[in-house]
Design a binder for this molecule. Sequence first.
Ligand SMILES: Nc1ncnc2c1ncn2[C@@H]1O[C@H](COP(=O)(O)OP(=O)(O)O)[C@@H](O)[C@H]1O
Ligand SMILES: N[C@@H](CCC(=O)OP(=O)(O)O)C(=O)O
Length: 372
Amino acid sequence: MLSKEKQIKRVVIKIGSSSLTSMHGEISRRKLEKFAEQIVELKDAGYETAVVSSGAVAAGYRKLGCLNRPSSLPEKQAAASIGQGLLMESYSELFLSHGYVASQILITRSDFSDEKRYGNMHNTMNVLLERGIIPIINENDTVTVDRLRFGDNDTLAAKVAGLIDADLLIILSDVDGLYDCNPNDNPGASLLERVHSITPEIEAAAGGSGSAVGTGGMKSKIQAVKIAMAAGIDSFLGKAGTENILMEAVEGRAKGTYFKPEPDAFNLDNQKQWIAFHSGPEGKVTISSHGIEAIVDHQENLYLSDIQEVKGRFKNGAVVRILDEEGKEIGLGRINYSNEQLNDHTADEELEPAIAQETFVCSRDFKLPALV
Ligand SMILES: Nc1ncnc2c1ncn2[C@@H]1O[C@H](COP(=O)(O)OP(=O)(O)O)[C@@H](O)[C@H]1O
Ligand SMILES: N[C@@H](CCC(=O)OP(=O)(O)O)C(=O)O
């Protein structure tokens, strides 16, 4: 179940296309209404809720003149540009009828890797949530480049959960949890009710999408849960459309799979999360064993005298990979000097440590590569 000591206040709810569409792949007003009603119940009970909603392509492709959900990227983007507005109109109307205001936030992958935009998203969402608004978030489909897309919204939802320090990430899908193998192909599959770490067996059990409208399948949900777990956030995966599923999920008694980070999971603050998951490290710095002792074992700052080798070009303030003498990565950190200052020995140690503890993330603790 959820951490006993954890008071759930802020929740991110992700709903997939397959849970908002009819048999023919178009948006189902009835499903949208039922979903909105459950969110209203959470709001009435005092929870701050952000919604990551798919469905823009589904809501728009018919009006674009396509008979079926398109498969080419330009057509999907065009369909999303029609559908996103319609989807928002429906959400706004449904929430307003219960006295709540919805807001739209469209995000691309690069918004997370740009630290300023990351900070702006963080501040905007905090204001909205604190004022009782319901942010409705989706990928900004019309402007995303294929290679840089989230594609599915599971990863986006996990990153949003980290961004706003959510207490729980709820992923609603067309399946009532994670099974030990794809239940669509295996009638005897068993539901896994509690998961404490994403093992290779779990990753192997998670297959692709079973529907024509879903994109990520269980694979992308598990990757998303991994990101949430690394940020110390509990997740729940359950079936959309189930009566009271949202309230039961926050109360820790819903049917589905609860993912609870291991007790030793590292709860990264916002700055460290950005360094760990969103920054693009720009260079490599090898440090001495004395430096490792300081920055890893004693949680102290790293000083210039412990830097042995510098690779790549970076400005002061960039995030770099930190390696030990054998070339093994020990973490990521924001370096206070440029590669030129370090190589030319023109850095002034008096001013700042090379890497401060507050801007260092140890690989041992977050257990994930950067830029997941
Ligand atoms: N181990 C598993 N447990 C549960 N579902 C699985 C598993 N492996 C693959 N799946 C598939 O993942 C699907 C859910 O993902 P997806 O279709 O992308 O939904 P959504 O639109 O909600 O994101 C399920 O319907 C199921 O077919
Ligand atoms: N951004 C897209 C979502 C893509 C998608 O299908 O995601 P999902 O159903 O969550 O696997 C849309 O709104 O149509």
